[in-house]
Ligand binder design. Structure first.
Ligand SMILES: [Zn+2]
Length: 462
């Protein structure tokens, strides 16, 4: 039975291998043929099976590699994959089909800006690095035609180096704009605060434990007094990685202060001054060399000065006359040296209220700033704003008499001050209820207004 099966297999295999089978008896015994054929079959099957296993295995491995690479890529590229950062996308596609071993050892060429022997900022190309340094300098180049840049340099030692980065470090590569921002601010960090009602730099300084000075530095374009609700301010104080120094030649005009000289004048009392000639500033053109760091002036050397116009000396009269005693004499003098009476004491149609009203004083019109003089000596009992009268002064002359001066543009005396007859107590104006520059002059007896003409006939003067 065994022999028959053996014979049959031998016959079948031998038929497959016809040339051998034909000479089966001449060559070898049946058993040897079976052994050879079996070995051959096993080898063929084994090799093909091994190959198919290997193929599946390598396919699986390849998938894993791609997935891993993709995962890696996503993880690495995401932090830098800003819309604007197209470079990283290019890098991603370059490396997409590399196998994992190659990715691990892949070193990507980049360019570093080396600041004082330390690679600090990485860019994709040398051109990018050069652009960053160029644009950094450009920030501090004034486009003012009166400024000439003599020298511009970095305070630090700066070099551009080619470096090789591992793909893990790709995220350190910045665009030229990002790099410039980092260099100027010293950080990528952004901390903003939106101004709320009632907040200002002093409040923020307290809340964030930062000095007002630093807030001003962090927001050079913001005027602290003009903060708006909803406005965003930065809380990051810039500390540039690279400081830009400039030496500039500038020309500018400067005012020349005028001198003041005094001339004695016997018509004025000793505490009185009057301008005889107004002073005027002169002008000089200055050429100077300015040394600046990051736009802040560190020093200045004046190279040349040229006077364009000389100043005009101011001349002031100084009184020499002894003033009368600061007490009431009972005799009033004119409160203005010149003027025109526009409204007398008594009932009148009021120009502002458009109705008949009692006018409690006399209006004398004259130009703004004309000296208003105390009509008699006494003590100032009111100096300030009064409804209707505007800025006004009231002087107590004793003997139950007071005088009042209204609508002043300025007041020269203080409450409680003793004044002599004829002292300048203020200037004519139009403050309060008034239609033009004039003095409202009033005399009161026991607190009630009376017609001033009972004490001084103002129509003799105006
Ligand atoms: Zn009046």
């Amino acid at each position: 039975m065994r022999d028959r099966i053996t014979d049959y297999i031998a016959w079948f295999i031998a038929k497959l291998i016809k040339p051998v089978y034909k000479n089966r008896e001449a060559i070898m015994s049946k058993k040897i043929i079976i052994i050879f054929a079996s070995i051959f079959t096993i080898i063929v099957l084994g090799v093909s099976f091994a190959n198919s296993g290997k193929a599946q295995n390598s396919l699986a491995k390849k998938n894993i590699e791609l997935e891993t690479v993709d995962a890696l890529q996503t993880e690495i590229v995401k932090p830098v994959a800003y819309d604007t950062y197209k470079n990283s996308l290019e890098i991603k596609s370059d490396y997409k089909f590399m196998n994992i071993d190659q990715i691990d050892s892949a070193m990507i060429s980049a360019y570093a800006i080396k600041i004082n022997d330390e690679n600090k900022v990485y860019l994709k190309t040398e051109q990018d690095a050069q652009d960053v340094l160029y644009n950094l300098k450009k920030i501090y180049i004034s486009d003012d035609e009166n400024t000439e840049i003599v020298k511009i340099y970095f305070d630090e030692n700066i070099e551009i180096n080619e470096v090789y980065l591992n793909i893990i470090d790709l995220k350190n590569i910045r665009t030229a704009d990002e790099a410039l921002n980092l260099i100027v601010k010293g950080t990528d960090e952004e901390r903003k605060h939106k101004i709320k009602s009632g907040e200002n730099f002093w409040v923020l300084a307290d809340d964030y434990n930062i000095s007002v000075n630093d807030l001003v530095k962090a927001n050079p374009e913001v005027v602290p007094e003009r903060l708006q609700i909803g406005q965003e301010v930065s809380l990051i104080v810039p500390e540039p990685l690279i400081n830009v120094c400039t030496v500039e030649n500038v020309t500018y005009n400067e005012k020349i202060q005028y001198d003041v000289v005094y001339e004695d004048n016997a018509n004025l009392y000793k505490d009185e001054y009057r301008v005889k000639l107004r002073g005027a500033y002169g002008t000089k053109e200055i050429e100077a060399e300015l040394v600046k760091k990051d736009g802040r002036e560190l020093g200045k050397v004046v190279l040349n000065e040229e006077i364009i116009s000389e100043p005009t000396t101011k001349v002031v009269y100084k009184g020499t006359k002894n003033p009368p005693p600061s007490i009431g004499t009972g005799v009033f003098s004119k409160p203005l040296n010149r003027g025109t009476i526009t409204s007398g004491y008594g009932m009148r149609f009021h120009p502002v209220y458009r109705s008949y009203r009692m006018h409690t004083g006399v209006d004398i019109a004259t130009s703004k700033g004309t000296s208003v003089l105390a009509a008699d000596g006494g003590k100032v009992i009111y100096a300030g704003w009064k409804t209707g009268y505007g800025y006004c002064v009231i002087i107590d002359h004793g003997a139950n008499l007071t005088s009042m001066y209204g609508h002043l543009s300025s007041i020269n005396v203080k409450n409680g001050e003793k004044v002599y007859k004829g002292k300048t107590i203020g200037g004519v104006g139009s403050t309060g209820t008034s239609t033009g520059n004039h003095l409202h002059f009033e005399i009161r007896k026991l607190g009630n207004d009376i017609n001033p003409n009972k004490y001084i006939n103002l129509y003799n003067y105006y």
